[in-house]
Design a protein around this ligand. Structure first.
Ligand code: GLG
Length: 835
């Protein structure tokens, strides 16, 4: 890179490389400079917010230097890149992560202390970047961290929503949604007003035949919206590699506003176009595992995909290579079906704009894409109505029909006369109206399809994508079990535990190779180690208790068993079963004599998570949790034996505080419904045990940590279908313990019973689709085993240490290496001056 810098600029460049701060004083100087110049404030009125801003800008300066160098290095290497297309990147806060990944948090801590600030308070000033709903978006964020840390050439592409996931307030026990306007001050993005792409919508297609008899399709008319790039630097851990996350923002193509309308006095309409264009990237759809088929959502998808592909193709074309080399230079991963239009868009670029033959183009397309499926829930599988497609993207619909035609012809050759097979695998569903099945399109357009945990990857092969396994053969389908970044989810969230581990593994190097954790198992009988281990957990619980007191007013005893379920509220995740279990516990305690009560293990049941605004049942679950809390927490007879807490506005930064404070966490989805889960990995990595069903990654966690270290219960995935069938056609009786819970609710123990009848009748009258009653007994029994195990504190600590020691497999580094090898055919870019 250096050699390529022209001589006149070279000296200045070299000097610049060594700028920034090497020590505390250098850091302070930068902070002061930013306070006084960039922020135009004096040091006399520098509050925590200003200190956060200046500190972030100081680190950003460092990041952007490395970012530039990384981009140059990657460009010069001219090797393959992967592009991770995701509608969601749930990044959380950036400052702490940047300081740790660069390795200068200590410098910043000392420097900020000199200036009169506590680093924790400064970090707290940052607004979470919450451009995602849950696991899928957070997975994308962990992947970016691993890609940079492992020195892969990789870019993320997403949308720059003006509003991230809504903020949740709990008012009188109900969820209230408040918009999350997060861009007031965001030092972590670089607007690239010179990097724009015009994106077309609507219009019509004309076809003509050229001199060679070839049909040329042209997409004309309609309207244009401008995509503007915003770049977010992604620092790797302990490496100079700094990758890019490019987020697109929408803007009217015609400039500020329509002058003609403005001059003719129609001011309102003159800004309407502007607003309509900006609406595209205005807001993240707040649904997790649910497809609602809204037109604006399809617009978002095309806008983002078209801008990203334009960018990717532009970059490729600079290399002057032949088109057939495209898949050697470019891998594109589809995070769920949301970016599937990219398959069609690339085919359109190659055929319509670059003049390639259909076959040649299609070969390039299918070699380029990989598709990750994240769910088998039918309500989450994306489908778009054909008339909507026709209206918004007329040329793409034609291309989809052509793709489908060629695909079905090949299926027919393999399965002659099997009309049912053709109908089942078709990209078009012959319904009223017809629908485009995005998952089918993604499978047909990719060379690899992967699930996100072993059970899930097996399930997609035997259920929703069964026919495709027959069509394409089994090799196209693979598994890459999810992972999490240990940088954020251990080192950053739980610094004391990270230090303790490092003191035994020898260094923080274990954060680069998480299997090194195995070394701590040698110390599981070491008295001092165990003591420190338990003290750290206790300290984390004290910290959470303070947060609980501050936000809910409830006093909880940090010595009680902390039982945590934090995740999106969803019937399949079964928070309703958890709260029914809590009610059962309450009733049991109430029925016990004061003497008997003393034998009970005190517990704090902690819930957190957002309900999609339109998800009535999920909102009812939140309401019941709060209603139970209001009764139980004020019951003098019960005292510390049971507390029920709902933590408002669960997000990434709250997770960083909650997860390290958990003793037991709940991952209790109906078997076969949770594709993987990733918080389960975070909890165990932080020394918390889990109670869970045989679902998603719970199964592999069990394999790794050992059955003795996890509390599994409930029916198995393979039996769920029969049980459901029996609910509908056989006899269905509600579990007797659960019946008592229902009776208590119906008596009004927790307020107006009708407020909660939806949850009860789902189990009693509507077939109990999620098997709450079927699993209830096993759940309650297993919770008793948890109590018993927790009373044996020594045994518990052993389980905790053993589990952490065996979690090496769940690093997102392992996961990314598997994608790189098995799907992207990508090698890391070696770095000479690796720290
Ligand atoms: C999905 C699934 C989770 C999974 C996550 C990441 O529901 O089980 O862990 O993606 O693969 N929609 C999601 O959040």
């Amino acid at each position: 890179v250096e050699a390529s810098i022209p001589e006149p600029q070279r000296k200045a460049w070299l000097e610049h490389q060594t700028s920034g701060f090497k020590d505390k004083d250098g850091f302070e100087k930068e902070v002061v400079r930013h306070v006084e110049t960039t922020l135009a404030r004096s040091l006399y009125n520098c509050d925590e917010q200003a200190a956060y801003a200046a500190c972030s800008l100081a680190f950003r300066d460092r990041l952007i230097l490395e970012w530039n160098r990384t981009q140059q290095r990657q460009t010069f290497a001219d090797s393959k890149r992967v592009y991770y297309l995701s509608l969601e990147f749930l990044m959380g806060r950036a400052l702490d992560n940047a300081m740790l990944n660069i390795g200068q948090k200590d410098v910043a801590k000392a420097g900020l202390a000199d200036l009169g600030f506590r680093i924790e308070d400064v970090i707290e000033q940052e607004h979470d970047a919450a451009l995602g709903n849950g696991g899928l978006g957070r997975l994308a964020a962990c992947f970016l961290d691993s890609l940079a840390s492992l020195n892969y050439s990789a870019w993320g592409y997403g949308l720059r929503y003006r509003y991230g996931i809504f903020k949740q307030e709990i008012i009188d026990g109900y969820q209230v949604e408040v918009p999350d306007y997060w861009l007031d001050f965001n030092p972590w993005e670089f607007p690239r007003h010179d990097v724009t792409v015009d994106i077309q919508f609507y219009g019509h297609v004309t076809k003509r035949t050229d001199d060679n008899g070839k049909t040329i399709a042209t997409w004309e008319g309609g309207e244009i919206v401008k995509a503007v790039a915003f770049d977010v630097p992604i620092p790797g851990y302990a490496t100079p590699s700094t990758n890019n996350l490019r987020l697109w923002s929408s803007k009217a193509a015609s400039g500020e506003f329509d002058f003609q309308k403005f001059n003719s006095g129609d001011y309102e309409n003159s800004v309407a176009d502007q607003q309509r264009a900006e609406t595209i990237s205005a807001v993240l759809y707040p649904n997790d595992n649910l497809d609602r088929g809204k037109e604006l959502r399809l617009k978002q998808q095309y806008f983002w995909v078209a801008a990203s592909l334009y960018d990717i193709v532009r970059r490729f074309k600079k290399s002057k290579r032949a088109w057939k080399e495209f898949p050697d230079q470019v891998a594109i991963q589809l995070n769920d079906t949301h970016p599937t239009l990219a398959v069609v868009e690339l085919q359109r670029i190659l055929v319509d704009l670059e003049g390639l033959d259909w076959e040649e183009a299609w070969n390039i397309v299918t070699q380029t894409f990989g598709y990750t499926n994240h769910t088998v829930l039918p309500e989450a599988l994306e489908k778009w109505s054909v008339p909507l497609f026709q209206h918004l993207l007329p040329r793409h619909l034609q291309l989809i029909y052509d793709i489908n035609l060629f695909f079905l012809q090949s299926v027919e050759r393999k399965f002659p006369k099997d009309r049912d097979m053709l109908a089942r695998v078709s990209i078009i569903e012959e319904s009223q109206p017809k629908m485009v099945r995005m998952a089918h399109l993604a499978i047909v357009g990719s060379h690899k399809v992967n699930g996100v945990a072993e059970l899930h990857s097996d399930l997609i092969k035997t259920t929703i994508f069964k026919d495709f396994v027959e069509v394409f053969g089994p090799d196209k389908f693979t598994n890459v079990t999810n992972g999490i970044t240990p940088r954020r989810w251990l080192h950053q969230a739980n610094p004391r535990l990270s230090e303790l581990i490092a003191s035994k593994t020898g260094s923080l190097d274990y954060l680069k190779d998480l299997t090194e954790l195995a070394k701590i198992e040698h110390y599981k009988d070491d008295k001092d180690f165990r003591k420190e281990w338990a003290e750290i957990k206790y300290a984390n619980k004290v910290r959470l208790s303070k947060h609980i007191k501050k936000t809910t007013g409830v006093d909880v005893n940090p010595s009680a068993l902390f039982d945590v379920q934090v995740k999106r509220i969803h019937e399949y995740k079964r928070q309703q079963m958890n709260i029914f279990g809590v009610i059962h516990r309450y009733l049991t305690l109430k029925a016990a004599s004061p003497e008997e009560r003393k034998k009970f293990q005190p517990r704090v049941s902690i819930f957190g998570g957002k309900a999609a605004p339109g998800y009535w049942m999920a909102k009812q679950i939140i309401h019941l949790i709060n209603a139970v809390g209001a009764v139980v927490n004020n019951d003098k007879e019960i005292g510390d034996l049971l507390k029920v807490i709902f933590l408002e506005d669960y997000n990434v930064s709250k997770a960083e505080m909650i997860i390290p404070a958990s003793d037991i966490s709940e991952h209790i989805s109906t078997a076969g419904t949770e594709a993987s889960g990733t918080s389960n990995m975070k909890f165990v990595l932080n020394g918390g045990l889990i109670i869970g069903t045989c679902d998603g990654a719970n199964i592999e966690i069990t394999r790794e940590i050992g059955e003795q270290n996890i509390f599994l219960f409930g029916n198995l995935a393979e039996d769920v279908e029969d049980i459901r069938h029996n609910h509908t056609y056989g006899s269905h009786t509600v579990d007797p313990d659960l019946t008592k819970v229902f009776e208590a609710i119906e008596k009004g123990t927790f307020g107006e019973p009708k407020d909660f009848m939806g949850m009860i009748s789902a189990v009693r009258d509507h077939g109990d689709f999620y098997l709450v009653s079927d699993d209830f007994h096993s759940y309650i029994e297993t919770q008793e085993l948890v109590d018993k195990a927790y009373r044996d504190q020594e045994g518990w600590v052993t389980k905790s240490i053993e589990s952490v020691a065996r979690m090496g497999f769940f690093s997102s580094d392992r996961c990314i290496n598997e994608y790189a090898e098995g799907i992207w055919n990508l090698e890391p870019l070696p770095i000479k001056d690796q720290k």
